[in-house]
Structure formats: structure tokens, C-alpha cells
Ligand binder design. Sequence first.
Ligand SMILES: Nc1nc2c(ncn2[C@@H]2O[C@H](COP(=O)(O)OP(=O)(O)OP(=O)(O)O)[C@@H](O)[C@H]2O)c(=O)[nH]1
Length: 351
Amino acid sequence: MAGSGKTTFVQRLAAQLQGQRCPPYVINLDPAVRDLPFPANIDIRDTVKYKEVMKQYGLGPNGGIVTSLNLFATRFDQVMKFIEKRQNASKYVIIDTPGQIEVFTWSASGTIITEALASSFPSVVVYVMDTSRSTNPITFMSNMLYACSILYKTKLPFIVVMNKTDIIDHSFAVEWMQDFETFQDALNQETSYVSNLTRSMSLVLDEFYSSLKVVGVSAVLGTGLEDFFVQLSKAVDEYEREYRPEYERLRKTLEKAQSKQKREQLEHLWKDMGTVCVQSNTLAGPDDASAMGPSDLILTRGTLDEEDEERESDTDDIDHDVTEQSHEEPAFRNFMEETRMKYQRRSNQDE
Ligand SMILES: Nc1nc2c(ncn2[C@@H]2O[C@H](COP(=O)(O)OP(=O)(O)OP(=O)(O)O)[C@@H](O)[C@H]2O)c(=O)[nH]1
């Protein structure tokens, strides 16, 4: 939810974990954020320039954010590699997303990113809501419907963080969720035409509430985090028990489809090699590095507590990618030659 305190909450979580000598791996996926109050290991803004994207494609702010995320998502496999490398050093990976629901939850890139993460790591969605702006029962209901739709879309263990409890305690909201009568009483004060709809919706949401993990926190003061970690560990158990088998199945299906695609590509290549002569001037030379799209390279940042070795390995990858441009042409020619010989040998054996 926009302005509910997601970024402040990520900052608080990161600081708390750093303090416990358990530094998290932090990723910022909001290309439009101006000042990031925490050190991010990966920041989408290093890779995609949101204002440039808006200009180049003639988009408004939301379109610019969606397109930037789409560009970034095309190389999310690189991010996955960085996370895998950091698995032993960081127990937690925290990802801050853009606040608008249509931009992340309902976008293709949001789905790609969520599924990539959830098929490899125990993943939990944390929905941060502004408790102080949910004291009206109709606003509260809209907020819950919003949360419910995210739960259905992501199909992952879910925690509702009721933030800003330094302004108002979240106990009123918990009571509304647990006691239908109390919520109805609050609704009776409302005379708007949507109050009847809200009344019916609250019955529907009863099932959603019954299994929901709710925590009251103040991201500014840092209160409620202990309870948050208790709920997080329950959510991880839930992932292992109920979600992992489903994502394992999804991963296997994807791998199968990819290997089939690779096989087909090789077969095409083999067919084409008989007739096509590779023109060296069509291959990318070293100068072409500057022509890379904004999302061709995911940049990572070091944090103060990161092990030097890890930092080196992340940077290694990036330099490696760039310098490899200069070896691309001979390497590709060798690859073509080797593949041709391999198939030649195989067809000789078949004869
Ligand atoms: N009183 C109070 N204010 C808070 C708390 N957490 C965040 N805020 C304030 O709420 C405002 C929005 O906080 P952000 O962390 O930027 O919210 P966000 O959800 O990341 O915002 P978007 O990225 O724009 O969607 C800021 O002024 C914060 O200082 C809190 O626990 N208590």
C-alpha cells in the first residue's frame, strides 16, 4: 500500500538484523524511489533509469515504473544467481517493491519475479498497511480486500503488518477481524451506500481473517519486530509444508520446457549450419558493450558488513560479463565449429 511505510519497515528490519550480526541481502525494486534510507545490495535504479524510460517510451509515472520493472525482470536470472551465492552469508533477503498494486502484484514482471523467488527459496509476502489510515470501517475493508487479492495472486504465505502503531494501536482492527458484531457496530455509524456492501463483504472475508497472520508494528520506533519474526518463522514453516511441493512441481515443468526448447534450438542450428555461413561483421564486437539495453547488466552494491570475498565475487561477475564481450566473436566461431564437428561425428557413427 503506497505511503504505508514499506521502505521505513525495510530499513528498520535491515537495521535490526545488522544489529544481530545477521545482515540481510536487501533489494530495492522501486525504480521511482528518490532517497533510499538503507544500503541496498541490488538497486533497480542502478540498472534502469526510470525517468529515461518514461521519456523514451512516452509514458506516465505508473507506465514508467511498470516498464522499468519489465526491463529489470528480463534479467532476473542474474539476481537469482547473486542471491544463491549469498545463501550462506545472509539468512534473509528483503525486497522492497513499488507500492501500487497494479505495478507489482498484477504486472507480468511482478509474477515472474515472485515465481522465480518462490520456486527456489522459502518466500513470504509481507503486506504493510497504515493502521492510522484504516480507522474507518469502509477504508479498513478496502484495505483487507486489497490484501486478500494480493494473497490470491501471489499464492504465498502472507503476513499483514499493521504499521504506525505509535499513532494508533492496532487492537481495534484485530477486534474487527475477530468479532463480526463489533465490526457491524462500527459500520452502523456509516450511512454511505457502500456500507451494505461492506457488511456482506465482511462475512465473506471471515475465512480469510481466520488464517491470517497479523502483527502490529511501528517501523519508526522499531516496536513489534519480535512478534514479526515469530510470525515470519511460522510463515516459513507454512511455505515448506504447503507451498514448496507446488513450486517444486512448477520448477520441474519449467526446466523440462527449457531443455526441450534448447534441444529444438540445437536441432535448428544443426540444420542451418549446412547452409548458413556466419558473417563475422554481424557479431558483437567490443564496442557494442555501450549499446547494451538498460537491463543487460544487474549491478550490485557492497554494504559495510559484507565479506570482502563476497564483494569480490559479485564484482567479478560484472567485470567478467563486460570483458567477455571482447572474446565473444572467436568464442562463438569456436562454438559453431565444435558443434558442427560433433554432429558430423554423430552422423558418421549413425551411418
Ligand atoms: N508515525 C509513523 N510514521 C511512519 C511509520 N513508518 C513510516 N512512517 C512515515 O510514513 C511515510 C511513508 O513512509 P515510506 O516508508 O516512504 O512508505 P512507503 O510505503 O515505502 O511509500 P511508497 O514507496 O511511496 O509507497 C513517511 O513519512 C514515514 O516517515 C511509523 O511506524 N510511524
